[in-house]
Design a protein around this ligand. Structure first.
Ligand code: DGL
Length: 285
């Protein structure tokens, strides 16, 4: 199912460059890969998408908790990354300790940016837009308790926006009305008219940043965790920003047919074409 052309990239980055495995349910991790690529580290970047279980944001916790650590352990055995980025809020807020216990390399998770949002909000009202599972979790409750700093938090979970991001990366034109309709229930919530900062707490959503901003009231600033994750990743690997030409290589999917429409989006970032799906048996769904 996976495919690899890891040794054929022409960038000239030495093969000793550290390997970073970016993991998400679908294309969302590309927003994190973009943040890492923007820092131009001398690193190889592999991408793994669990499209067989996409979307994560509506799946029962028990199902994901049983699956994600095993999947990442299998990916670690197969690809031997130096670091794993769980580029998914839904997975990170549920199973980071279990993932860390299942693999031997450092793991960087994706946590909703509640703290920076609360620090930035002058109105003391912040938005929290994630998947339905992420916004309702105890992990998120604790984040709000510990870091919202007394701000009122407008929480909304959207599976529709995950689907729209998948479709956009598959080349579909996303109509503005679809984004407006997806966000309408959030903007109708109590206090929403006073929000001045809102968190894109699903890695799919920054892929729709322009569309989401266009559908939002003027003056509402949307923030995400991509840059912070990229910084943490580089620091754990002792990599310098701008130290080399990053080398996006392997793309793996548990259900390749569901990822293949996004092949041009991967190729545009320098990942090898999503063609030759022939991967480890142990990862078969
Ligand atoms: N991109 C993921 C996140 O950050 C999950 C989207 C989904 O599969 O529902 O939460």
């Amino acid at each position: 199912m996976g495919f690899s052309a890891a040794d054929s990239h022409p960038s000239g980055t030495p093969s000793s460059a550290p390997k970073i495995l970016v993991f998400d349910s679908g294309v969302g991790g590309l927003s994190v890969a973009d943040a890492i690529l923007a820092k131009s580290p001398a690193a190889e970047i592999l991408y793994a998408a669990d499209t067989a279980y996409l979307p994560y944001g509506v799946r029962p916790d028990a199902e994901l908790k049983a699956r994600i650590p095993d999947l990442l352990a299998a990916l670690e055995r197969r690809y031997a990354p130096d670091l794993i980025v769980v580029a998914c809020n839904t997975a990170s807020t549920l199973a980071l300790p279990e993932v860390r216990a299942a693999v031997s390399v450092p793991v960087v998770g994706t946590v909703p940016a509640i703290k920076p949002a609360a620090e930035k909000s002058a109105a003391r009202v912040i938005g929290f837009l994630g998947t339905p599972r992420t916004v309702e979790r105890e992990y998120s409750e604790a984040l709000i308790r510990d870091f919202a700093n007394g701000c009122s938090v407008v929480r909304f979970g959207s599976a529709d926006l995950v689907d729209l991001a998948e479709r956009k990366l598959a080349g579909e034109t996303i109509r503005p009305e679809a984004i407006t309709a997806a966000l309408a229930p959030m903007f109708a919530m109590p206090d929403a008219d006073r929000m001045d900062v809102a968190v894109l707490a699903c890695t799919h959503f920054p892929l729709l940043r322009a569309e989401i901003e266009a559908a939002s009231p003027p003056g509402l600033a949307w923030i995400d965790s991509g840059e912070a994750i990229a910084r943490r990743t580089l620091s754990l690997l002792n990599l310098e920003c701008g130290s080399g030409r990053p080398r996006p290589t392997t793309v793996f999917s548990t259900a390749p047919d569901k990822l293949r429409p996004a092949a041009p989006a991967f190729a545009a970032r320098g990942f090898s074409p999503v063609e030759d799906w022939d991967g480890p048996e142990e990862l078969d769904d």
